[in-house]
Design a protein around this ligand. Structure first.
Ligand code: GAL
Length: 431
């Protein structure tokens, strides 16, 4: 498996945990009492998987955990909000107050490196040795979660960000014979859908616009130039970036009314109200899983997918990983959770429902069907680029600055201002 990973090791840090002003959220009972109190038995697992689709995977792992650990009770401390912007703000204040959950979800790459460098996580080297985990995860993924020879998390999956989901019937009705392969084709198709009376592009809350932006940057710049944006020689002021941002503006001009989060935006496509949505493959779990967790839709009929325009051959990746925070009230319980997250059984229960593929190399491939089988193939062969919104290439401070810039842009539509803000954010990041 030869592939190019963004070297998050080369990415600088900058005040990732600098928030702290967020109120509340303390789970209160730190577990310090004697005996087998409830707080000692309880394992607080912090994530943002509450919504339709993504909660199904967590539930499947929870069931394994509970079966294997009758002495512990799983406490779901998930905070709602796709992509975890709300969850991370609360987590930051909990970590600052030294009231960590027992384990929390974080993204491999720059985001986790921020927690590691801020001294918030315990190394998991002995767990890796005990379970021989270095043999089962791709070497390059291990590099993303390692600092100075220590490994700090357990990756549970690989997600893909650059997918264009579409409704085949809406495209057909608009006279579009095949899903667009390039940005120019995409823009032409958006116009055709607009004329047909349907929503050309569905969109969710602000983070989904940053998610769209990362696909448009990759599709406009190409893989090497996109990856170069996260290195010391980055040139955010180039004419190529200007062109990419103009593409973003044009594409955004076809967006429907922003929905509350990614699920209602994705649903507009599955229900035939909108033609296209660019979203990560957690949307697959949502479309495909049976109700209540998912929409129970039929692949290739109710929804279909292609790599987002201009990005075929490149896998824009991210990985959800679980950690052991320093001072976890129930350290043994957290380790028991990490063992499930690391296991073949845990990953093969979680990922087919989550819409992701396993981080482990030895997972049972027969469980990954339809989109997931296709994506496993892509993962084995594609070039790699790291996600912005989902923590791979930019640490939290940088990502927040990018989010702010995109938020302002959605109001003023000023490409020059957006480019300056992005260039300033890159400089300020010190990466
Ligand atoms: C990502 C996360 C995914 C999925 C998505 C939408 O940041 O890595 O697992 O949950 O957000 O909420």
């Amino acid at each position: 498996m030869r592939r190019r990973w963004i070297s998050a090791a080369a990415i600088g840090l900058a005040g990732i945990l600098a928030l702290g002003a967020c109120g509340g959220g303390s789970s209160g009972d730190g577990g310090g009492g004697g005996g087998q109190s409830t707080s000692q038995k309880r394992v607080e697992v912090f994530s943002w998987w509450t919504g339709p689709g993504e909660a199904d995977g967590l539930k499947a792992m929870r069931e394994i955990f509970e079966r294997q650990n009758p002495n512990f009770t799983f406490y779901d401390a998930a905070v709602a909000g796709g992509s975890g912007d709300q969850a991370r703000a609360l987590l930051s204040s909990k970590l600052q107050a030294n009231q960590p959950p027992d384990t929390f979800q974080g993204h491999a790459g720059a985001e986790l490196q921020g927690y590691i460098k801020a001294g918030k996580l315990e190394p998991l080297n002995s767990l890796y040795d005990e379970l021989k985990l270095k043999d089962v995860f791709p070497q390059q993924l291990i590099e993303q979660i390692t600092v100075a020879g220590n490994i700090y998390s357990v990756p549970v999956n690989i997600h893909r960000s650059n997918i264009l989901w579409f409704n085949p019937k809406v495209l057909k009705d608009a006279g579009i014979a095949a899903a667009p392969k390039t940005i120019d084709e995409f823009i032409a198709d958006l116009e055709k859908v607009k004329k047909s009376g349907k929503i050309p592009l569905s969109i969710g809350s602000q983070w989904t616009q940053v998610h769209l932006l990362e696909s448009v940057l990759l599709g406009s710049l190409g893989t090497d130039a996109y990856n170069a944006l996260w290195t010391a020689s980055a040139d955010w002021s180039s004419a190529e970036v200007t062109k990419a941002l103009e593409n973003f503006k044009k594409i955004m001009s076809y967006a429907g009314t922003p929905q509350e989060d990614w699920q209602p935006a994705a649903k507009q496509v599955a229900d035939g109200e909108a033609a296209f949505n660019i979203m990560g493959d957690w949307a697959y779990g949502y479309f495909h899983n049976p109700p209540d967790g998912g929409l129970g839709k039929t692949s290739k009929t109710d929804f279909d997918w292609v790599p987002s325009p201009g990005t075929d051959g490149t896998f824009m990746w991210l990985s959800d990983s679980f950690t052991l925070p320093k001072g976890a009230p129930n350290r043994d319980g957290a380790i028991a959770w990490l063992k499930v997250a690391a296991s073949k059984e845990g990953q093969d229960a979680f990922n087919p429902l989550k819409g992701s593929i396993p981080a482990r190399k030895d997972a049972d491939k027969s469980l990954y069907k339809d989109y997931l089988a296709w994506n496993l193939e892509q993962w084995a062969n594609d070039k790699l680029a790291g996600s912005i919104q989902h923590g791979v290439v930019a640490n939290d401070a940088w990502r927040t600055a990018i989010n702010d810039a995109v938020g302002l842009f959605s109001q003023d539509q000023d490409v020059a201002k957006l480019q300056t803000a992005l260039a300033d954010a890159a400089k300020a990041s010190g990466q």
